[in-house]
Design a protein around this ligand. Structure first.
Ligand code: AMP
Length: 396
């Protein structure tokens, strides 16, 4: 296995799979540049060594060629972030792309247009991957957030570089930090899981049960567990078909000696809106016309106590509807407790799109040990799955 820090890219044409799938506003300006900024370490190392960089990425889920998903919108920003010329190929295939690849000198960058403008990318088409592979002599995968996809540029392409493939710095860092939590956690280990639906978090809960000491639940998924225990959850979100699974989890937690914390009390609302009338109830006694929107004050105190006593903390998913200021307190209190625990020496890893939005909203994003840039890929990693983007680099 090659490590990027030990590799000399001098005179190589290096294919770097990055994830520039960033949010754009209606003027096609970038709302959050984190993923682009995070790719610069790998790019700069290659340039410094004297290699040429060919960037491969997707943006959104286009249906054929769609201007709103063009990587042209990323081109300008990237050009401002590096000291060298960034060329742009308006199609990742064709004569123009080939000409730009052939003419690309060392210490320059070529950004290829959105790979998903060709359906072969998502289909994992071997011929398409082979064509992309022909552009370079080294392959670097730095797109951890796309590593759960078995696509042409994220996985299939690696087979054309049996001796010249590696992870980029960002991807290596993601894997190292996730392994630290999943393979070598210090105890007590607490997983905080929130978000809307329990169905999307079942696999991660199951995989964590033999690793953690505490599971702290919040968000909509918490009500399915309360309902499974016979509680009255009023008009709160829950998944009827998940009730048996929730019961299984409650039993397994006992079996594995894991403390499963559900909300003690809940901030409820008359409707799903920021300006709704708010009332706090003990979670299993919510009246029929009230909907659970956030964990309540007693839950915040209990969760804080558990978090402050933890040595490792994994957090994915908001504890309430944090997008509404009036229902963001629970998520904020938990974020603040994780920050305090981190300051006391705990290792904290935070991930997931909504969780990252919440810590950005609270201006706490730089106060955790590691914030993953990935959503789905991080979840699948924590579910214990082998990600195609990782496997394809590790296998011979
Ligand atoms: P997920 O995509 O499953 O991680 O869920 C994230 C979303 O869950 C966020 O948009 C939150 O607003 C939402 N959420 C959190 N708590 C609740 C709740 N009690 N009821 C409905 N939605 C919630």
């Amino acid at each position: 296995m090659i490590h990027i820090q030990n590799y000399d890219f001098k005179d190589k044409k290096v294919l770097v799979r990055v994830d520039y799938n960033v949010p754009l506003n209606e003027k096609f300006e970038i709302d959050d540049t984190t993923r682009i900024d995070a790719s610069l370490k790998t790019i700069n190392k290659i340039l410094k060594d004297g290699g040429a960089v060919i960037l491969l990425s997707h943006l959104g889920r286009p249906n054929g060629r769609e201007y709103k998903y063009s990587l042209e919108h990323i081109h300008n920003y990237l050009q401002k972030k590096v000291d060298v010329k960034v060329f742009f190929a308006e199609d990742c295939l064709g004569e123009e792309a080939q000409r730009l690849v052939d003419a690309l000198p060392p210490r320059k960058i070529l950004l290829l247009e959105n790979l998903r403008f060709h359906e072969e990318e998502m289909k994992g088409d071997v011929e398409f991957a082979k064509k992309l592979a022909s552009y370079g002599n080294v392959y670097v995968n730095d797109a951890f957030s796309a590593a759960h996809r078995e696509h042409a540029s994220t996985s299939v392409i690696a087979r054309f570089f049996p001796n010249n493939k590696m992870f980029g710095f960002l991807m290596q860092n993601e894997i190292d930090n996730l392994n630290k939590v999943m393979l070598h956690p210090k105890h007590p280990f607490t997983a905080i899981l929130g978000g809307s639906k329990i169905s999307t978090k079942i696999d991660i809960i199951n995989n964590l049960l033999n690793k953690v000491d505490n599971i702290v639940l919040g968000g909509g998924m918490n009500y399915t567990v309360h309902k499974a225990m016979g509680g009255d959850i009023g008009a709160s979100l829950y998944e009827e078909n998940m009730l048996p699974v929730a019961r299984e989890i409650i039993n397994k937690a006992k079996e594995y000696n894991v403390n499963l914390y559900t909300s003690i009390d809940t901030v409820t609302a008359t409707k799903f809106a920021n300006d709704a009338v708010r009332r706090v109830y003990y979670t299993p006694t919510i009246p029929l016309d009230m909907e659970g929107m956030d964990i309540g004050p007693e839950s915040c105190v209990k969760y804080r106590d558990v978090i402050l006593k933890s040595a490792t903390i994994l957090w994915n998913g908001p504890l309430g509807v944090f997008e509404f200021d009036n229902f963001s307190n629970g998520t904020f209190m938990v974020a603040d407790a994780v920050v305090k625990a981190t300051e006391k020496g705990a290792f904290s890893l935070v991930g997931g799109g909504d969780t990252i939005s919440s810590i950005n909203k609270f201006k706490l994003a730089d106060k955790f040990n590691y914030v993953s840039t990935a959503g789905g890929a991080m979840l699948e990693f924590c579910e214990g799955r082998q990600l195609p983007g990782i496997r394809s680099i590790l296998e011979d």
